[in-house]
Design a protein around this ligand. Structure first.
Ligand SMILES: [Zn+2]
Length: 338
């Protein structure tokens, strides 16, 4: 009884002043609900088809990243599922009715659209219909990993797409959930470091044509950490980047770290990493043969690259670094406050 009253009282106070922090809380809750509902869809369709849930999640997430990278060609739906079908794909090329929702006539005209929700309508805007349509395509190959990869190859005709989806389902399998979009700052917040926007600067280290990234200056040996939930795509020596490591995250963004003095001993290509996990240490490697150090002051070169399924391009990480730094600081405050 007393607890209940206290809760009501605190709710009343919260209602009194809607601060940005409270708004952020509501938003976080909505995102959590969205992830939970989406996961439930994967589980449902997985149970019916026998396709592992993380395969479905990986295709869905890959498709979502394609839509983010190509918003004009692939307008995003308001639903939970990110898989995109054009009207033509859905209804069939020869279908005189491009908005057809009748599963029988869609099938007759070779359209992909299926009714997954059981209401007799194949609706491009219905999450279960869209996910079931993809699942029934995958199922024509089988439910094993090799069959899945073959299905993906025949769907995208692109090795890059197959690799990305493989990376995604391995990340999902490792954590057993899909809400894996938290980020961390690449250096420990307690360390001494400094950085400013160095995007496009003609002078900088690690870039080729122009400076594609942000230089974070810190002492030799300061830990370098994963900024995301992701997978180690590349690790080793590069003449410009020195000892460098590249991570792929679930947004199909490549996180590139260069000039390290060394790598965390156990880290290897293909490892799944999480935000804050140590990858290596700040150094000044690069600009020469493997092992070359000290041609410039120690710093971490950090770059971000987006993949649209065909090409990859760099974008300015500065605003993201600021955001991740701020978010991590807030999380730290919450922890120490409770
Ligand atoms: Zn740099």
């Amino acid at each position: 009884m007393a607890l209940c009253c206290m809760m009501l009282a605190s709710l009343a106070i919260a209602d009194g002043g809607a601060s940005a922090e409270q708004a952020a809380k509501v938003e976080t809750k909505d995102i959590k609900t969205e992830f939970a509902e989406r996961k439930q869809l994967f589980d449902e369709v997985s149970e019916v088809t026998g396709i592992p849930w993380n395969y479905l999640a990986a295709v869905d997430q890959y498709e979502r990243t394609l839509s983010i990278a190509n918003p004009k060609k692939r307008p995003r739906s308001a639903g939970l599922i990110g898989i995109y079908y054009s009207e033509l794909d859905w209804a069939g090329i020869a279908n005189p009715d491009q908005t057809d929702t009748n599963p029988a006539s869609i099938a007759l005209f070779g359209g992909r659209g299926k009714d997954g929700s059981g209401d007799g309508v194949a609706d491009r805007a219905n999450d279960l219909d869209v996910l079931s349509t993809m699942a029934s395509y995958l199922l024509t190959y089988g439910t094993g990993e090799d069959q899945f990869k073959l299905a993906l190859w025949n769907y995208y005709h692109n090795q890059r797409s197959v690799e990305r989806i493989q990376q995604f389902y391995r990340i999902y399998a490792e954590f057993g959930r899909i809400d894996l979009h938290e980020h961390a700052f690449p250096l420990p917040l307690g360390a001494e470091y400094s950085y400013r926007s160095t995007w496009g600067a003609s002078r900088g280290w690690g870039g080729h044509r122009m400076h594609e990234g942000t230089d974070l200056f810190a002492g030799h040996g300061v830990p370098v950490r994963s900024t995301c939930y992701g997978i180690v795509e590349i690790k080793g020596w590069n003449p410009y980047g020195g000892w460098r490591v590249g991570l792929r995250d679930l947004n199909n963004v490549y996180h590139y770290y260069a000039h390290l003095s060394g790598f965390e001993k156990k880290l290897k290509q293909g490892d799944i990493v999480k935000p804050g996990q140590v990858l290596g240490w700040v150094g000044s490697s690069g600009y020469g043969k493997p092992g070359t150090q000290g041609k410039f002051p120690p710093h971490l070169h950090f770059g971000l690259y987006r993949d649209n399924g065909k090409t990859e391009w760099s974008f300015d990480p500065f605003a993201y670094l600021k955001k991740w730094e701020r978010e991590e600081r807030l999380r730290g405050q919450k922890k120490s406050g409770s």
